[in-house]
Design a protein around this ligand. Structure first.
Ligand SMILES: [Zn+2]
Length: 218
């Protein structure tokens, strides 16, 4: 079963996607990555995309659909997680049309539901080792380093990489919910929506997802 992944900031989407990719053979398709990769190839489409971005404009649904079509017809992408798209109902409709054309019926939309306070702690508490890249979180005891500010693995220095403070995070989170709600309503009507509680750990959320995918005994 294919997955369209929808989640507010710091809901754990990154962690869960990579667990699904490594344990269940899912291909992670992110529209952001597709755009960056296409530009790197220097193709005609890539040049077009670069021009759009240089002008500070958003990449049109048409161009994104073109890239997605190319990606979804690849043999190695028969089981995919779509990440970063659709962001609004217009795009969701475009995607439904594309799926119909490509005969992709077997998919669900996973929405990771998380309380703002918890997401905020996850986002603002995240600290990264500047030497080896290991991540920790100063707000969750199970994610804290043994010695404050020092990496357990390599003794490197831990730094915070977020540009957010409490206020900007809350704004980003609220905006996300507002923009996304109509997308969720759209998929609910199509009977495709599954809501996952992501207030505990990524592993707890993954357990619920495994049940939905029917892979819990793997
Ligand atoms: Zn380290």
């Amino acid at each position: 079963m294919n997955i369209i992944f929808v989640a507010p900031p710091a809901a754990g989407k990154g962690t869960i996607s990579s667990l699904l990719a490594s344990n269940y053979d899912y291909k992670h398709i992110s529209t952001g990555d597709l755009i960056r990769n296409e530009i790197k190839t220097g193709s005609k489409l890539g040049t077009e995309l670069q021009e759009v971005i240089n002008k500070g404009e958003l990449v049109s649904d048409e161009l994104i659909t073109e890239m997605l079509k190319k990606e979804l017809t690849k043999k190695e992408n028969q089981k995919f997680i779509l990440d970063g798209y659709p962001r609004n109902v217009e795009q969701a409709k475009v995607l439904t049309t594309l799926f119909t054309k490509l005969k992709i019926n077997d998919y669900i939309v996973l929405y990771l539901e998380v309380e703002k306070e918890i997401a905020q702690k996850r986002a603002l508490g995240r600290i990264v080792c500047q030497n080896c890249g290991s991540t920790y979180n100063k707000y969750f005891s199970e994610c804290q380093p043994q010695k404050e500010g020092i990496c357990d693995k390599c003794q490197g220095i831990l730094i915070s990489r977020t540009d957010d403070n409490e206020k900007t995070f809350n704004k980003r989170f609220d905006t996300y919910l507002k923009v996304t709600q109509p997308v969720l309503d759209y998929y609910k009507k199509l009977n495709k929506l599954k809501i996952i509680d992501s207030n505990q750990t990524a592993f707890t959320a993954l357990e619920s997802i495994k049940r939905i995918l029917g892979v819990e005994n793997d």
